[in-house]
Design a protein around this ligand. Structure first.
Ligand code: PMP
Length: 440
């Protein structure tokens, strides 16, 4: 019987799952009922290692008491207040703490509820900034092939994943895409590749084609995550920065995955030594416990927008009902405290070399066509068997039976271990993956 004609008593059909093969899931559900530390538990009570930190969002592991208690306390005191024209103290505290972690100069923080909201907010802020400075003609947005900036119309448009775009019209007009940086010359190189910094010159080509004063912003993930951990070549981000500066284009780094320690510094901007104008973040901001995202901008961006607004008038006609939600702010403050007090980003630095070495060692496994990674983000790409992505998905399903939750980006198997994992737990994740690849 097809899913469409099932009786409404079927417990699975009413929940339309996101980015999921729903019909396949109905036949082979992968239910998770509980989690603790770096483990999930299935309906039979069996343990599964969390190889992807949830969706890159729960680096401290599951069930941190301090976060839970901070949220509960906040909910008891103040569960909600309208974020438009009213403020809650925790939001101001969290913004200040985030600003202190950001690269110098990026220090005004706007809250939203998801990475998708953050991406669209960042793009709108860039447009508003140029308009405020009398450059309303700067409306072109530059994204990148194989980029992912969420699913809202702006983020989808600058994103570069065909299946995410093609069912939903053409996206916004006036968008150009840089080429992606996953080039053969860098295959099997862990860390930044030696080749391909000049791919950033695509931006210069768009300037030559459209005119320098027509481009508002260029948005990239420092490391493209959702399309399989594409690490930038050496010098690439610096070159993008130079071209943006030369032509007055705002550079946006989408750090929704890389933000809060994934590469060993608070932000990948710091790891790569390149400071953008705007940074988006989400996920690890609250250790995945309560949805929250943020957009941080240089103060001069905020200043320009403020100055253009009527005195005592609203400066930016933008915001969400759940911007700066008190429970999320409390979760954020508790999370950042743990990062600080437990030296979590230094722990990432100490776990990284062995992790990357182990990912790199998949080079010798038959059918592996590339290995790559940076910080605690690693990918093993396989030669497809059947349709593209089929092999990766089969491994993901098998892994669930063998005690591992991971990501498959097409036929690239992605691991993003929690920072709380021990070296042995990380090795175990990689051992399970190795066997599954050998059997696939
Ligand atoms: N940007 C990047 C770089 C992401 O990785 C993601 C999610 N994986 C998003 C934006 C969208 O975040 P969300 O799913 O919270 O909307």
């Amino acid at each position: 019987m097809s899913a469409a004609t099932r009786s409404s008593n079927d417990p699975l059909i009413h929940h339309w799952m996101p980015f999921t093969a729903n019909r396949q899931f109905h036949e082979q559900p992968r239910m998770i009922t509980r989690a603790e530390g770096v483990y999930y538990y299935n309906t039979r009570g069996e343990k599964l290692l969390d190889g992807s930190s949830g969706l890159y969002c729960i680096p401290l592991g599951h069930g941190r008491r301090e976060i839970r208690e901070a949220v509960a306390k906040q909910m008891e005191e103040l569960d909600y207040a309208p974020p438009f024209q009213y403020g809650v103290p925790t939001a101001f505290r969290l913004a200040t703490e985030v600003a202190q972690m950001l690269p110098e100069g990026i220090n005004r923080v706007f809250f939203g509820g998801s990475g998708s909201e953050a991406a669209d907010t960042a793009l709108k802020m860039a447009l508003a900034y140029h308009r405020a400075r009398g450059e309303a003609q700067r409306v072109r947005l530059i994204g990148r092939e194989r980029g992912y900036h969420g699913v809202n119309l702006g983020g989808m448009s600058v994103g570069g994943m065909m299946p995410n775009r093609k069912a939903f019209s053409t996206g916004l007009p006036g968008v150009s895409h840089l080429r992606h940086t996953h080039i053969k010359e860098n295959y099997f190189q862990m860390g930044e590749g030696e080749h391909g910094a000049d791919l950033a010159d695509d931006l210069e080509r768009f300037v030559n084609l459209h005119g320098p004063d027509t481009i508002a912003a260029c948005i990239v993930e420092p490391i493209a995550g959702s399309t399989g951990i594409l690490v930038p070549p050496k010098g690439y981000l610096k070159r993008l920065r130079e071209i943006c500066t030369k032509h007055g284009i705002l550079l946006i780094f989408d750090e929704v995955i890389t933000g809060f320690g994934r590469t060993g510094e608070a932000f990948a901007s710091q790891t790569f030594g390149v400071t953008p104008d705007i940074i988006t973040m989400a996920k690890a901001l609250t250790n995945g416990s309560i949805p929250m995202a943020a957009v941080a901008v240089k103060d001069e961006i905020q200043q320009a927008i403020f100055e253009a607004a009527p005195e005592n008038g609203i400066e930016l006609f933008h915001g969400y009902t759940y911007s700066a939600h008190p429970a999320a702010c409390a979760a954020g403050l508790a999370t950042l405290k743990i990062y600080r007090e437990e030296g979590i980003f230094d722990r990432v630095k100490s776990l990284t070399p062995a992790f990357l070495e182990q990912v790199g060692s998949f080079k010798d496994v038959e059918g592996v066509v590339d290995t790559r990674g940076h910080g605690l983000l690693g990918a093993v790409e396989l030669a497809p068997k059947g349709k593209p992505g089929e092999r990766g998905f089969k491994i993901l399903c098998k892994a669930f039976e063998r005690g591992l939750v991971l990501r498959a980006a097409g036929d690239s198997m992605v691991l993003a271990p929690p920072f709380a994992a021990t070296p042995d737990q990380i090795s175990e994740m990689l051992d399970i993956l190795r066997k599954l690849i050998q059997e696939s």
